[in-house]
Structures are given as C-alpha cells and as structure tokens.
Write a protein of this length. Sequence first.
Length: 389
Amino acid sequence: MSQILDRVLAAARQLGASDVHLKAGLPPIFRIKGDLRTVRDVPALTRESIAQFAVHMMNDRQREEFEQNLDIDLAYGTPDGVRYRVNLFQQRGSVGMVLRLIPPEVPPFERLNLPQTVLDLAETPRGIVLVTGATGSGKSTTLAAMLDYVNTQHAYHIVTIEDPIEYTFRDKRSVLNQREIGFDTMTFSRALRAALRQDPDVILVGEMRDFETAGIAMTAAETGHLVLSTLHTVDATETINRIISMFPTHQQQQARLTLASVLRGVISQRLLPRADGKGMVPALEIMVNTERVREMIEDPNRTREIKSAIIEGLHPYGMVSFDQSLSNLVKQKLVTYEEAVKHSTSPSDFALLFRGVSQSSGSWKDPTGGPSGSLGKPGGLGNDEFEIE
C-alpha cells in the first residue's frame, strides 16, 4: 500500500504540485500553481486505502494521539528522500490527509525575490522577527532562508522548535539543534523555556500559538536573543492585535509595552502565480519597528496607523506595503496586472498607486533589492506522463 502512496506523490512532483489532497471517494487532487487539479483517468481512492496510508505514516505514539484527537501533524519521507509535511484528520467518519512538499534543500536567498530588508532583519542581534501569512504563503521557506543565511554568516548556536521539522539544516558556521514537538519535546512553551538554558543566540519557534509561548519568546528577546517565529495573520496590524489578544485582559497593556520594545519587524507574505507560469512569487508587506511604529504599538488607539507608517517608511527603513510590492511585481513583469489587483489590499487604491508608479519614473525605489526569482517554486518536471484536468 505504501508503494501506491509513493507513486501518487511521485506523480505530484512530476506535475509540479505543492500540495496533495487525499479524500475517500475522489482521485488524488493536486495543487498546481495555486489551483486544485485532478489527474485524468485515475480511479477514486477508497476509505480503506487512505486509512492504510495513514497507518503506514504513523508510529505507535502518533496513532494513539490520532485516535484521541482525530487529527495530527507529522512529517513523511518517501524512499527516494523527499519529505512532506502531513496533516491527517477525520471527516465524516473517514480519514483524509493533505501533504505539502518540502523542498530537499533550503532555496538560496537570491532565488526567492525577497528584499534586502529581510536579510537585515535576520542580522538583528536580538529581538523578535515575525513572518506571517496564510497557510501556503511561503512563511517556512522565508524563515528557512533567513536561518540558512545566519548559519552561513555567523558562529552562533541556533535552536529550532518545530511541529513537525520541515527543512533539515547542516551545521555551517553555526551549530544547529532542531527539536520536534512530540519527539524531542512535548510543547512549544516547554521547549522554549529549555532553550533559554541551552546558550542560544537564535531561537526559531515554528508558531506562536498561545500567550505562554508569546510571553516566553518576549522574555527571550529581552534577555538578548534573536527569536524568529510565524503567525497566521494577514498583515502587521493584525499581527500586533493577535499577539496582544493572546494575553489575559489585565496583562494586555504590559504585553503591548513589552512587544513594542522587543519587536524588530514583521514580514507578511502572499504568494501569486508568476506571469510566465513558472511557479509562484511573493508579494510582501514589511514593517520595521521604528520609534514612530513603537509608539503606535504601545497605544491601542494608534495601532491602525501602522499601515500609513509602512507606506511612508520605504526610505530609509526599507518598509513596503502590499500594494507597493504588487506594483513593483507588475513593473518587473513577474505577475500580471489582473493577478495583482486580485491580491491587493484595496483594488481601487492599487489602481491609483500603479498608475502613479507607471507614469512617474523613479518615484519610488525597487524594494526587492536584488534579482528576481520565485518562492515556493514547484519541482517543475513537466507533465509529459500525466494529463491534468
């Protein structure tokens, strides 16, 4: 049965799929260039076959957890060394699963079409840097590229706490220890507390899920460590509000003051299909925590003004709004105008901004700071063997 699963995953890689959905009664469904597609003439999967796939992926501890909670995150590796992040879940009494391809190596920063500001934030000696966005927006890839850059440039001790481990790193100039929830430690908060006693320079927390984890992360940043983490939020303003809302009401003002002092930046991402059809490219909002932004974080009545600070913060801080980023991607012919409008914060405002950028040469600097590339680019081995619908 595992051979069938591995053949399905091999077909997905050949078609350049980023995700694979398996549901009883349907053939395998692949996400290719942002859209869900099926492979023609492939039979539907049965409940029994998907259940057997799941049993094959899990060890005894994971099976027990799945039986108790009816969903679980784990990593799965095929015999040829390709790894997937997997979520198993129960729906309408049968097992379903979604698998996300993890590229075998961390993509070089210069291929990701990310601005220099991202590397500047990775070089921050202490504080918190957050990478945010919806599921599938490339957060893990951006964080991995930042971590790999630090690993290459500095002799640091880096501790990662992940659920599950996605990219695996080789020690370069730094020493890396990667801990997986459920295998190497039981919770993010416990592992983060332990990390403070492990002489770290950089700590990666896979996700800031609760106020306990957020509180320890802020303490770690206050005591001189760089903490990198993710949140499922769409922009910097929502990120600030989400973190503060994790804390009990009577602690929120103090949490706001602490966050304002330790936060270094927020990188929010959206992935768009490239105009040439060759993978995806990120649109970014980047907030750098300047003195002005710090005051907006401290005052809940001014937090909504952060959007304006970002728009006005390109020089000298390297901030960029989503609409500015989208305009630049269209100028570079990396995405179509129609796709940019679809992903813009405000289509009407974006249209005005784009006309201003197009008609006023040099009115603002290219924020990418480097050559173009792609983030989350699928394997792209072509579809000469399979026909998709």
